[in-house]
Design a protein around this ligand. Structure first.
Ligand SMILES: [Zn+2]
Length: 410
C-alpha cells in the first residue's frame, strides 16, 4: 500500500476518482492532496442523479480539509462537469464536499460542532480562516436544516423578544412550548413579527389554525398581531411578566416614599424577592420596615396577595372572583403606580384569566433566553442580524443537520 492509497482510504475516495499525488510543504506547513479521475470515466448528474454521463469539461477546485496535526490540509481536484439533458452543465458531487463550499464536509461538521461551544471569532482564529467564511458555513447548514424542519405537530407557542446588542435591535422568538425549541426568529418586536411567523408556517407543513395556544407578555403589539393573524388561538399572558410589572409598580411606590422615609433607601431587593428567599438579616430588616405602616408595605401586601392568587386559585372561576376583588381594592388604593397596574390588568383581563385554564407560562423561554444569551456571546462581532439569528437556531433550534445532501454548483 503506498501513501496515495492510504490517503484515498482515509478520504473514502473511490474509483474512478483516485489520489494522484500528495505533496507536503514543510516550510509553510501545508499538505496538498491531488485527486484525479481515470480516463474515459462517466459520472452522475449532481442534480437528478442520472448515471453514466460523459464529461463536459473540468474545473480545478480546492477544499480546505481538517488539519493534519498542525499542518493545513487541502484537497485539489480537476473536477468534472457533466452535461445532463435535464439539468444542463454541473460539477459532479464529490464524496468529500460540495464544490461550491471550499471546505470538506468533515471540516464543516467540525466547525458546526465548535460553533456550539466557542465564539466564532475564536474559531476563525483557531482554524486560521476569515470569520465571514465561518459564518457562511453556519448559515448554509442552519438555513438548510431550518427550511426543511416540519412543524405539523406544533400547537403551542411562546413569544418573546430579545435584544441583539445593547437594545439597538430586537429579535422576536417563537418557541414550540412542547418541544422547548425555537422554531422561528425574526427581526423586530412589533405586530408584523406575528404575521411573519404565520407566513412561515406554510413552508413547514403547518397551518395557522393548528396553533391553539400562545403565551406572551402583555405587549400591545403581540396582542394585536395574535388577534389579527391567529383569531381562534387562545392567548395567555405570562404570569411572570404580570408579576414583574407589579414589582415595578411596587418599586415606584418605594422610590417615591424613600424621599420622606430614608430607611427605605437601598431596600429594593427586600420587597422584590420572595420572603422565603431572604437571608436572616434581610428578613429581619424587612420585618422592621413592615412594622412602619408605609405605603410601600401596603403595595408589598398587595403584591403578595396577587402572587397568592396565582398559586392557590383552583380554576378560572375562582381566579376571576379573587382577581375581581383584588382589582377593586387596587383601583381604590391611592397608590398611583398600583392603580395604573390594576388598569393594565383589567385591560388584559381575558389573557390573564386564560392562565388558569392553559397553565402556560414563558418559564420555558427563560431557559431559551439563557441560550440566546450565549448565542449573543458566541456571535460577538456577528456583523449582521442574520448571523445572530442563525446562532439562535443553532443553539436553541434543535436542528437536524444533513451532511449527505450537498448540492453541487457549477
Ligand atoms: Zn440531471
Amino acid at each position: 500500500m503506498n501513501e496515495a492509497t492510504l490517503f484515498a482510504m482515509a478520504l473514502q475516495i473511490q474509483e474512478p476518482l483516485y489520489v494522484k499525488d500528495v505533496e507536503f510543504d514543510e516550510n509553510i506547513g501545508e499538505l496538498h492532496i491531488y485527486i484525479d479521475f481515470r480516463k474515459g470515466s462517466k459520472f452522475k448528474c449532481a442534480i437528478c442523479g442520472k448515471d453514466k454521463l460523459d464529461i463536459h469539461d473540468t474545473i480545478e477546485k480546492t477544499w480546505r480539509h481538517l488539519n493534519f496535526f498542525q499542518y493545513k490540509a487541502y484537497i485539489h481536484c480537476r473536477t468534472p462537469r457533466t452535461n445532463c439533458s435535464e439539468d444542463g452543465v454541473h460539477l459532479i458531487n464529490t464524496p468529500w464536499g460540495s464544490p461550491g463550499s471550499g471546505f470538506t464536509l468533515l471540516f464543516e461538521a467540525v466547525i458546526l460542532q465548535l460553533a456550539k461551544c466557542m465564539p466564532i471569532l475564536q474559531i476563525a482564529k483557531l482554524v486560521n480562516e476569515h470569520d465571514t467564511r465561518i459564518w457562511r458555513i453556519i448559515q448554509k447548514y442552519v438555513t438548510q436544516a431550518q427550511e426543511t424542519a416540519d412543524y405539523s405537530d406544533v400547537h403551542s407557542i411562546g413569544v418573546d423578544e430579545t435584544a441583539t446588542k445593547r437594545g439597538h435591535n430586537y429579535v422576536t422568538l417563537f418557541v414550540d412550548m412542547e418541544q422547548s425549541k425555537v422554531i422561528h426568529a425574526t427581526e423586530g418586536k412589533d405586530a408584523t413579527t406575528i404575521k411573519n411567523f404565520k407566513d412561515s408556517l406554510s413552508l413547514h407543513n403547518a397551518q395557522p389554525s393548528q396553533i391553539i395556544d400562545f403565551c406572551a407578555d402583555m405587549s400591545p403589539a403581540f396582542r394585536k398581531g395574535i388577534q389579527e393573524h391567529f383569531p381562534s388561538a387562545r392567548l395567555t399572558f405570562d404570569k411572570f411578566h404580570v408579576l414583574k410589572l407589579l414589582n415595578e409598580a411596587l418599586d415606584q411606590v418605594r422610590r417615591e416614599e424613600q424621599k420622606s422615609v430614608p430607611a427605605l433607601k437601598f431596600s429594593r431587593y427586600l420587597w422584590l424577592h420572595n420572603p422565603g428567599n431572604l437571608s436572616e438579616t434581610k428578613a429581619k430588616r424587612l420585618d422592621s420596615l413592615t412594622q412602619m405602616k408605609l405605603k410601600t408595605t401596603k403595595a408589598y401586601r398587595m403584591k403578595l396577595i396577587l402572587q397568592d392568587i396565582y398559586t392557590t386559585a383552583s380554576g378560572r372561576i375562582d381566579a376571576m372572583n379573587k382577581l375581581q376583588k383584588w382589582y377593586q381594592w387596587a383601583v381604590r388604593c391611592r397608590l398611583q403606580p398600583i392603580k395604573d397596574f390594576a388598569k393594565t390588568l383589567k385591560h388584559n383581563w381575558a389573557g390573564i384569566l386564560n392562565y388558569f385554564d392553559s397553565r402556560l407560562t414563558n418559564a420555558i423561554l427563560e431557559g431559551t433566553n439563557s441560550i440566546v444569551q450565549s448565542a449573543r456571546n458566541r456571535a460577538k462581532g456577528y456583523r449582521n442580524i442574520n448571523n445572530f439569528i442563525a446562532m439562535i437556531y443553532l443553539l436553541a433550534g434543535k436542528l437536524t443537520f444533513n451532511f449527505q445532501e450537498t448540492h453541487a454548483s457549477s
